[in-house]
Design a protein around this ligand. Structure first.
Ligand code: SF4
Length: 248
């Protein structure tokens, strides 16, 4: 940075005084954030949860938080729509969701499929563009939240297990960190979540094998954990194959 390359890029020279990691991180934030579109890049690169933090880092208080948040929300909505569309296409091919919320999601997909029925519309279903389907799926995409091992369809706060456990059923977002997707009626599991559950089951099995005979409480807890993960994997497999087999 102190050489010609750094000068050509307009980077400030590194002072010869003592440097700390904190100073470096802040300086990096400022250098990134003051470039076009840099605030968003800084937020993502530094893994800030809130844009306000990034603006504080970059010495830009009162800046474009609202604008950035709207931009991020737009991206999230677009991603959600693509995920819902992918699951809807899966449904059409007989790969169904699993989990406590599977029935409700399947019913929703069935209602969309009905609307696309060639008997009810002039264009054949197979020729319907993704845009037509997306228009029908938009509302559902708005309530989708991504859990580490499930999709959360946050349609009603009062039904959210995480909120009930936290005693705050009026919140407008789920508490993903407290998600118990194997028990919440708003959760679904899909083939993309299978590896997470399968790995969890494998690891838990190894832990159980390493436990001494005296640790009965721990063994019971881990066994319940293993059974749950195993059950979720089996449900995902069943839901992925049952309809295909029926139609075969
Ligand atoms: S428990 Fe999980 S699936 Fe249920 S509402 Fe909370 S985050 Fe969503």
């Amino acid at each position: 940075m102190n050489g010609p390359d750094g000068q050509r890029l307009g980077l400030a020279a590194i002072p010869s005084d003592r440097l700390t990691l904190r100073m470096l991180r802040r300086k990096l934030a400022i250098e990134l954030a003051y470039r076009p579109g840099g605030l968003l890049a800084t937020k993502i690169y530094l893994h800030h949860v809130s844009t306000a933090t990034t603006e504080g880092y970059a010495s830009r208080p009162g800046g474009a938080q609202a604008e950035l948040l709207a931009e991020v929300n737009d991206h999230e909505q677009q991603r959600n729509l693509e995920l819902v569309l992918a699951e809807f296409r899966n449904y059409q091919q007989g790969i169904l969701p699993a989990g406590p919320g599977a029935r409700s999601l399947t019913e929703f997909f069935a209602s969309i499929d009905e609307k696309l029925d060639p008997a009810a519309a002039p264009a054949p279903r197979t020729q319907r563009s993704d845009r037509d389907v997306l228009n029908l799926l938009t509302k559902r995409g708005k309530v989708l939240h991504l859990g580490p091992a499930n999709y959360c369809w946050f349609t009603a706060p009062s039904r959210a297990l995480c909120l009930r456990l936290a005693g705050t059923t009026t919140a407008d977002r789920p508490l993903i960190g407290m998600c118990d997707s194997a028990r919440c009626p708003q959760a679904t599991h899909h083939p993309c979540h299978r590896p997470v559950w399968a790995e969890h089951a494998d690891r838990t099995k190894i832990f159980i094998g390493q436990l001494g005979t005296a640790r009965k409480t721990e063994r019971t807890r881990l066994q319940a954990d293993f059974d749950r993960a195993h059950r979720v994997v089996a449900e995902i497999d069943d839901a992925s194959t049952s309809m295909t087999e029926e139609s075969a």
